[in-house]
Design a protein around this ligand. Structure first.
Ligand code: SF4
Length: 741
């Protein structure tokens, strides 16, 4: 490694890098002096430290934060803009020379030593640092010197940003989508007429006129089965249904994707949300949807070699997973925390209503564990027995109280399969409750109090929300409530305000009427990260009866490079946009009760928005779902590569319980797959004014927000056992907490 580093040190920097360096030194004479006087990199490091440290110690809170003696949100919020820069520079120095495996580059070594790179550039014109690196340094030292101030937006600015984004409820958008539907249906009718498509359920009688066929097809459009059967599975059909509007470069990429075996599955309803021409009144509004459907070059290049992001999903028989839990050896249960585990059924729930290009489970699609072979995903005879066995895991676990059924997509399961799963959950919860009667206080097990279904179908295919489904959900809620299950959540995933269509809104209304609370998890892709986009989505969802739950940074490595919005932008969004939705403390108890009155969700949300005068309820947390550690946005920027890609060190989210096995867990290093410059360039390419994002450079520290009380578990009236079951490591019960939230 030593010689490799030496080789890199000899690389000459480019003309552009030289120009940026010159600017850096002109703006910071003290830095130039340190660099010119240092005889080697060590002296450079000491010189910069001696210059910066006194600036930090002027603010004792910031100094303690840097030394890890002050933690948490309150300490974080006391940091000044300059403190962020000073802490980052000192962290760079403390971590100088560290090497990291860069999983974006299949494990190539990344070395961070920015001070050395500047020193080499100043004295020898070498070090190989790229312009993106120097741009980042320029901004960093401006922040330190006070030349780069942060202008926080006011509410008018936020309003203006939000007003740029149309929703799917805008009458002009509704009309455009109707035109799209007509175009798509006419092509499908034509294909049926020509015999290109044959379907036992969806066909026309010979005697029908073209008009009658169209009216019949409009009826089909209301059925989810139609959309699943007629989902697009090839690039050519995709283009045809989009009025041949895709350009040849995109088509070439999509064909490559097809040849590589990346599944295509775009149902006609979802396809109708895409514009074939950019409407003047909603320029760029459908991009977050479009980027979910059209695969990126990076995804195509990486497919086949995608590495699993979730370490805790790797389950070996008899061995604890990365979070320390022992699991049944099948791949049906995933677990990270003490209170909750995920159940993935062997049913149609292994599919989705579409394939999101930045899917967190792309690795599972790659290995065929999740797929769109809908005919083959019918539950097998043995599933009933297996389901019971899997649920025994929940029944016999001391701390599990929350089950999340997902997939794929939980609502892709048929009504019959879903009803069966819910019934078995009810029976399991009842047995667990009864078994507790015999246990004394202090030895009792957690009883089931929350059931969740993970589904993106409210966005992908709202036609799935039928009266029959609503009846199943309502019946289950009624029955399960009588044995103490209190929280019934449908965890959905809307990505864009443009997905909130009249059909989606009606689906949400129906789900709420069954007494289930709908919460949203947004994935913060580049298009979704544009100023005001997430805020607008929060607003339209709130107004439709949905609560916001998480805003997730894009997971994964190079395959998701295109859609990845940097974590600095996630912090900026949290501090500068979502902050306007902060619910005053006095209303926290009001909101806590919302899930118990889910039937009145829309009215309750609207009332609270009116009383508080908030544009939306900022009940979601911006986080990254980390490999092995879970959700967190608690990080420090401890390094940067020659290419300007930042290296972040994440910590556990200290606001929630973790497996005792995680207490001593190392911090997690994430090397971002793009530099801030590249991200801003991408925003510019999609029409954004990068001046609006200027403060992004400075958000080098993150701190996970406190969870909204909405999502707290209700307390038990008895005392739980401090013992853990299904834990593959030994723990001293006296140091572990039995009560969890
Ligand atoms: S719905 Fe969820 S699981 Fe399915 S493809 Fe999209 S992100 Fe992945």
């Amino acid at each position: 490694m030593q010689s490799f580093t030496h080789e890199l040190d000899k690389i000459a920097i480019t003309v552009k890098s030289h120009m940026l360096l010159k600017e850096l030194l002109r703006e910071n004479p003290e830095l130039e002096e340190v660099m010119r006087n240092a005889r080697n990199e060590t002296e450079a490091l000491i010189g910069v430290r001696n210059w910066v440290m006194p600036m930090l110690t002027q603010n004792q809170n910031a100094y303690k934060f840097y030394k890890n003696e002050a933690h948490g949100r309150a300490a974080f919020e006391k940091l000044s803009w300059k403190d962020f820069a000073a802490i980052r520079i000192l962290d760079y120095i403390d971590n100088a020379g560290r090497q990291f495996d860069d999983l974006n580059l299949h494990g190539e070594k990344a070395i961070s030593n920015p001070v050395k790179l500047i020193w080499l550039a100043v004295n020898f014109g070498t070090g190989g640092a790229k312009p993106y690196f120097f741009k980042d340094m320029l901004q960093l030292f401006r922040q330190l010197s006070g030349n780069g101030q942060r202008d926080l937006p006011d509410s008018n600015q936020l309003e203006q940003w939000m007003s740029r984004w149309s929703t799917g409820l805008d009458p002009r958008i509704v009309k455009l989508r109707e035109e799209n539907r007509e175009r798509i249906l006419k092509i499908i009718i034509d294909k049926i007429d020509r015999g290109d498509i044959k379907d036992a359920k969806f066909f026309f009688k010979d005697s029908m006129s073209q008009e009658q066929k169209y009216l019949e097809a409009l009826e089909w459009w209301k059925s989810s089965l139609f959309h699943l059967r007629f989902a697009v599975r090839s690039p050519d059909l995709l283009n045809e249904l989009l009025g041949n509007s895709l350009d040849p470069d995109t088509m070439k990429l999509l064909k490559e994707a097809d040849e590589l075996g990346i599944p295509f599955f775009v149902n006609p309803y979802y396809l109708s949300l895409l514009h074939v021409r950019v409407p003047y009144f909603a320029i760029g509004a459908d991009l977050a949807i479009r980027h979910y459907v059209i695969y990126s070059k990076q995804l195509i290049e990486e497919y086949g070699n995608i590495v699993a992001w979730e370490k805790e999903d790797i389950v070996k028989p008899g061995k604890p997973n990365a979070a320390g839990w022992l699991l049944p050896s099948d791949h049906n249960i995933h677990r990270r925390y003490p209170e909750v585990a995920i159940l993935i059924p062997d049913t149609m729930g292994r599919a989705c209503g579409g394939l999101c290009s930045s899917c967190q489970r792309m690795y599972d699609f790659q290995r065929g564990n999740l797929n769109f072979k809908l005919d083959k995903l019918q539950p097998k005879e043995s599933w009933d027995e297996k389901l019971q066995r899997l649920l025994t895991y929940f029944e016999e676990d001391a701390h599990l109280r929350d089950i999340l059924i997902t997939g794929g997509d939980a609502l892709m399961s048929s009504d019959k399969s879903l009803e069966k799963i819910l019934e078995e959950i009810y029976q399991m919860a009842l047995r667990k409750k009864k078994a507790n009667e015999k246990r004394p206080d202090g030895e009792k097990y957690a009883e089931m109090i929350r059931v969740r279904l993970g589904s993106r179908l409210p966005a992908y295919l709202p036609q799935r929300i039928t009266p029959e489904l609503v009846a199943i959900l309502g019946k289950f809620k009624e029955k399960a409530s009588s044995i103490g299950i209190r929280q019934f959540f449908i965890q959905t995933h809307f990505e864009s305000p443009m997905e909130v269509t009249p059909d989606a809104k009606e689906g949400i209304r129906k789900l709420n009427s069954s007494g289930w609370t709908i919460t949203n998890q947004l994935v913060f892709t580049t298009a979704a990260s544009r100023r005001g986009h997430s805020a607008k989505l929060r607003k339209v969802l709130n107004e439709s009866g949905v609560l916001n739950y998480y805003t997730f940074s894009v997971k994964g490595y190079m395959e998701n490079n295109f859609n990845f919005a940097t974590n600095e932008r996630a912090v900026q969004e949290q501090m500068e946009e979502k902050a306007f939705g902060k619910i005053p403390d006095k209303y926290q108890d009001v909101i806590r009760n919302f899930p118990e009155e889910a039937e009145n969700m829309t009215e309750n949300i609207r009332d609270l928005m009116k009383k508080t005068q908030l544009p939306f309820l900022g009940t979601d947390r911006n986080v990254l779902n980390l490999p092995g550690v879970g959700k967190s946005l608690t990080f420090r920027t401890i390094g940067i590569t020659r290419y300007g890609r930042r290296i972040l060190e994440f910590e556990l989210d200290h606001t929630r319980n973790h497996s005792p096995a995680m207490e001593d867990m190392d911090k997690v290093i994430i090397i971002e797959s793009k530099s801030i410059s590249e991200y801003l360039q991408q925003l510019e390419d999609i029409g954004e004014d990068t001046g609006d994002y200027e403060s992004i450079w400075g958000y080098s520290i993150g701190e996970t927000e406190q969870r909204s009380p909405l999502y707290d578990y209700v307390d038990y009236e008895f005392e739980l056992t401090p013992e853990y079951s299904n834990l593959g490591v030994s723990v001293d019960p006296s140091t572990s907490s039995g009560q969890a939230n």
